[in-house]
Ligand binder design. Structure first.
Ligand code: NAD
Ligand code: DAU
Length: 356
């Protein structure tokens, strides 16, 4: 790969992928296209290896003229689409933005690839997908494999499912070398404090209530972000066109157990804090509407075909994550204290707390 377009590369997962790609592909030039919504920031790309091979462009994946200009100038031979609205709770309160970014945005990227890659052979289009397209598992159901039926249950999940279907349709109809890399719940440095793990750390450090939805017994399949990105890179390099690859962490604690563990890790690191024990701050609040109970991915295909497996156990990943947030308070506070985030907290949580 010589020239690669990463969309959404200034967000959480995308920025880790840009960093990995520059290190792993020493000849490649990388262009990041990102709109810099509330979720994206150039700060997330501050520590790139060899930044001279990286170009940042602020813009919208829905801007067809901009895509034409970038495809013509950089002659991409690969594209990885991370750009999306990514927060389930925001999709419940305002689904329109999710259709525009996640469905129409993916469509515009596929169209640009179809226009510019007149001979698509050897040119790879990786759509970053999610386990949420499958809906939810019951307590005794086996994990989802790549042939499990799609049954999305939130507007976010439905928008991601729609993008997956479109991307595969472009493979079957136009011969684009489309791949789907389907990650479970990613966590680690640079994740926006609207998401559970950084939210817990940030709220606890500032001595504020830590909101746990419903009974807290829901389960997610946690995957350290560097493992997820390594899996996506393996799919990009060696995946079979037209195929999806499940990339899950294999660690599925309940939300309550996870939140308590993070509180314990903070107790150990901050013996003088007036907020200890941090678990005292946990509050049950009204549940997420349509809250999926359990996710789990069967990763046998990625293991067998790509030799990928997650390397970072949950305990180690949580330790690394807690340490990063403690050492990067400025990064967290810039987001957590912004007017945008404060408005989000009021919109999403004030009603919930009063319902509990
Ligand atoms: P994020 O919200 O942190 O980042 C999304 C990025 O996309 C931001 O930088 C934002 O500015 C950019 N963006 C949004 N709309 C855009 C547009 N129209 N044009 C250009 N850029 C735009 O999200 P994330 O958690 O890093 O997730 C990245 C991708 O990975 C998403 O597609 C998401 O569905 C998928 N995914 C995430 C997880 C996870 O747990 N974080 C798991 C599975 C899949
Ligand atoms: O499974 C992959 C998905 O993981 C990605 O596709 C999404 O982009 C990503 O945001 C994530 O979705 P979740 O909804 O699972 O992540 P979130 O961090 O929002 O929530 C994790 C769990 O914690 C979920 O069961 C809801 C619960 N939760 C979340 C928040 C924000 C709480 O109990 N309290 C909260 O305040």
């Amino acid at each position: 790969m010589r020239s690669i377009l990463i969309t959404g590369g200034a967000g959480f997962a995308g920025s880790h992928f840009v960093r990995l790609l520059l290190a792993a592909e020493p000849e490649a030039r990388v262009v990041t296209l990102d709109l810099l919504t509330y979720a994206g920031s150039r700060d997330n790309l501050r520590d790139l290896p060899d930044p001279s091979r990286h170009t940042f462009v602020q813009g919208d994946i829905n801007d067809a003229a901009l895509l034409d200009e970038l495809f013509a100038r950089h002659e991409f031979d690969a594209l990885v689409n991370f750009a999306a609205e990514s927060h389930v709770d925001r999709s419940i309160l305002g689904p329109g933005a999710f259709l525009q970014a996640n469905v129409n945005g993916a469509f515009q990227l596929l169209e640009a690839a179809r226009r510019h890659w007149t001979d698509p052979r050897g040119r790879r289009f990786l759509q970053v997908s999610t386990d949420e397209v499958f809906g939810e598992l019951g307590p005794d159901d086996p994990p989802w494999d790549e042939s499990s039926p799609y049954a999305p249950r939130s507007p976010y999940a439905a928008s991601k499912a729609a993008a997956d279907h479109l991307a595969l349709a472009y493979h079957h109809t136009y011969g684009l070398e489309v791949l789907l890399g389907r990650c479970s719940n990613l966590y680690g440095p640079y994740q926006h404090p609207e998401k559970l793990i950084p939210l817990v750390i940030e709220r606890a450090l500032s001595g504020q209530p830590v909101p746990l939805y419903g009974d807290g017994q829901q389960m997610r399949d946690w995957l350290y972000v560097e493992d997820g990105c390594a899996g996506l890179l393996a799919v990009l390099r060696a995946g079979r066109p037209g195929q999806a690859y499940n990339l899950g962490g294999g660690h599925q604690p309940t939300n309550e157990a996870l939140v308590r563990r993070i509180c314990d890790l903070l107790d150990g690191r901050l013996p003088g804090s007036p907020h200890r024990p941090f678990s005292r701050l946990i509050r049950r609040v009204a549940d997420r509407p349509g809250h999926d109970r359990r996710y789990a991915l069967d990763t046998a295909r990625a293991r067998a075909e790509l030799g990928w497996r997650p390397r970072v156990p949950l305990e180690e990943g949580l330790n690394r994550t807690v340490d990063w947030y403690l050492q990067n308070r400025q990064w967290v506070e810039a987001r957590a204290r912004s007017g945008e985030h404060q408005a989000w907290l009021r919109q999403n949580y004030s009603q919930r707390e009063s319902e509990d």
